[in-house]
Design a protein. Structure first.
Length: 580
């Protein structure tokens, strides 16, 4: 016989027995006791055998609880869903635990869709999720640095910058400290939490800069190291042609020399008289060995037709060319530059000064002047914009090289105000964008390698190895694509030995830059989620029991009232020696 039927029959008999006893008692309140004696067994039956109702759910969908899932997300889960919890999730004991997503998919072979809830899939589980429709319910972003852009390798003497975004700390102050502990740059995040800090690479080798984020009240929000590899490399070869000397050229040449660039220049002093430095030549042989040519409108007007042709041919072959406009160009020069893709139109009035606080992450930077020309190009990318949106520089591809036009007139004022690092960062970015691409390919590493996590190294060959800090070298098993997996066991600088060359790379400890690590999991999981992951999903209906606890609490309350009534009745009953 069905156990539920047996239990209900016994409860009904017990209820009628209680009601009969209540009616034999002639004292007041027996009607209320009888009602409660009917309600109590009914509630107990509902607690033991709760009713069931159909719940809609997507067939073939598995809910995966990832680390970082919040209590609110757990409470919102459908009771009909198939749920598994990855390691690191604080979930109820009734939820199935799995060591990884691959194990969960083997246990639930009918799964075709994943619903990831929490902080995103760890790196070990992302490959298992590929090929399945996936939707992602992300947990709130952690507090701290959640986006970071920083180079891994820079040239000695070059300016570089670190940029990113801070979450949950409006008005936070971000400071970058050099390896000696001195503050290299500092700024306050903008309304979106973004920041950008310039820095300067000095001697060759490895360096660890420190990034520190403090809230508006001075409390520490986040902090971690920014590792950097500084390489000497071959100096960039630059040719500077100008029609007259000015302060902008003076400080530009000084920065180029300090940065270790091989600079040749020819600056006109008067008609037929020029100041030459190095061997400024514009023939095909010299231009093939040059990486970047800077020329203003006055110097361009003095070039012979064969020199202009040589410049155009060199640009097609990979040379970078910067057209520096200091004044409205003459019609012939304007026509030549229009043929290179840039239309410069003279302005009727003196242009207003511009600010570069946003582009250079400054606060109260100097107002800078620009040439009295309007720059226009249809297929060019911005090279520099003022805070008010004015286009100060733009570049476009031509053949294998790049051509740019530049209208900023006095960037040197940055140095006069003590912003030598930002002045260097400005010109370093311009030169790096335009200069001829040289060098040999180097191995690539994961941007955020961490201890005990798989890291992929590409651009390697059989016989290459990695030397961890204070440990024996680890040989690499290289696949057909030239990539190898590596599981670092310790934090610090590791060195890839490949073809006789040594390539250091940094590995973070697991407890470092926690917010950045969590944000990386979220971004990677969102990249796996398809826009149409939920479309066409078959909807099934499953019978799910109602929760028992409301019926239990109600039954407990009714039984308590019955107990209180019975205790009161017995207290009023006559005892031995007392009148009835």
């Amino acid at each position: 016989m069905n156990p539920a039927v047996v239990a209900v029959v016994l409860l009904v008999l017990a209820a009628f027995a209680g009601i009969a006893g209540s009616w034999r008692d002639a004292r007041p309140g027996r009607a209320w006791r009888s009602v409660l004696q009917l309600v109590a067994p009914a509630l107990l039956a509902l607690c033991l055998f709760p009713p069931r109702s159909p719940v809609a759910l997507r067939s073939g969908e598995l809910v995966v609880l990832a680390p970082g899932a919040t209590p609110a997300q757990l409470a919102a889960l459908s009771p009909a869903a198939s749920v598994v919890a990855l390691p690191g999730v604080d979930a109820a004991p009734a939820i199935e635990r799995v060591p990884d997503l691959g194990t969960a998919l083997r246990r639930h072979a009918d799964v075709r869709r994943l619903h990831v809830v929490g902080g995103g899939l760890p790196a070990r589980d992302r490959d298992a999720a590929r090929g399945l429709a996936l939707r992602f319910d992300a947990a709130p972003s952690p507090r701290g640095v959640v986006e970071l852009e920083a180079p891994r390798v820079v040239g000695a003497g070059a300016a570089w910058r670190v940029a990113g975004r801070v979450e949950g700390a409006p008005g936070a102050r971000v400071a970058l400290r050099d390896p000696s502990g001195a503050i290299a740059a500092a700024t306050v995040v903008d309304a979106e939490g973004r920041f950008a800090l310039p820095a300067h690479a000095k001697g060759e080798g490895t360096a660890r800069f420190g990034l520190k984020v403090e809230a508006a009240d001075g409390a520490l929000v986040d902090g971690f190291e920014v590792p950097l590899v500084v390489r000497a490399g071959a100096p960039m070869r630059v040719l500077l042609l100008a029609g007259a000397p000015d302060a902008e050229l003076k400080y530009l040449r000084r920065w180029a020399v300090d940065a270790g660039l091989a600079l040749d220049s020819r600056i006109g002093l008067s008609e037929g008289v020029a100041l030459n430095e190095g061997a400024p030549r514009l023939d095909a042989e010299a231009l093939a060995a040059t990486d970047l040519v800077i020329v203003d409108e006055r110097s361009w007007a003095t070039l012979a037709p064969e020199q202009k042709d040589a410049l155009r041919s060199a640009v097609d072959g990979g040379l970078g060319l910067l057209l520096r406009a200091t004044a409205p160009p003459s019609p012939p020069v304007a026509a030549d530059w229009a043929a290179l893709g840039f239309r410069l139109r003279a302005l009727e009035a003196t242009p207003k000064p511009v600010l570069l606080d946003r582009a250079l992450a400054l606060a109260g930077g100097p107002a800078l002047a620009r040439a009295a020309v309007d720059l226009d190009a249809d297929d060019a990318a911005p090279l520099l914009r003022a805070d008010d949106g004015t286009l100060l520089g733009a570049w476009r591809a031509q053949g294998e090289g790049r051509v740019a036009a530049w209208t900023l007139a006095d960037a040197y004022r940055l140095r006069l105000q003590g912003e030598a690092v930002r002045h260097a960062a400005l010109w370093s970015e311009v030169f790096a964008t335009l200069a001829r691409a040289r060098g040999t390919p180097s191995p690539s590493f994961d941007a955020d390698a961490r201890v005990d996590r798989r890291s992929v190294v590409c651009g390697v060959a059989a016989g290459d190895r990695i030397e961890p800090p204070r440990a024996d070298a680890v040989p690499l098993a290289v696949d057909a694509r030239g990539c190898a997996a590596y599981w670092p066991a310790s934090a610090g600088w590791h060195v890839l030995v490949s073809g006789g060359a040594r390539h250091p790379f940094h590995v973070r400890a697991n407890g470092e830059a926690v917010a950045l690590d969590a944000a990386g999991d979220v971004a990677a999981t969102r990249a796996l989620a398809g826009d149409g992951g939920d479309e066409g999903a078959a909807v099934a209906r499953r019978e799910v029991a109602w929760p028992r606890w409301p019926f239990f609490l109600a039954w407990l309350a009714v039984v308590g009232v019955l107990w209180a009534l019975e205790r009161a009745r017995r207290g009023r009953a006559p005892g031995p020696g007392r009148p009835g």
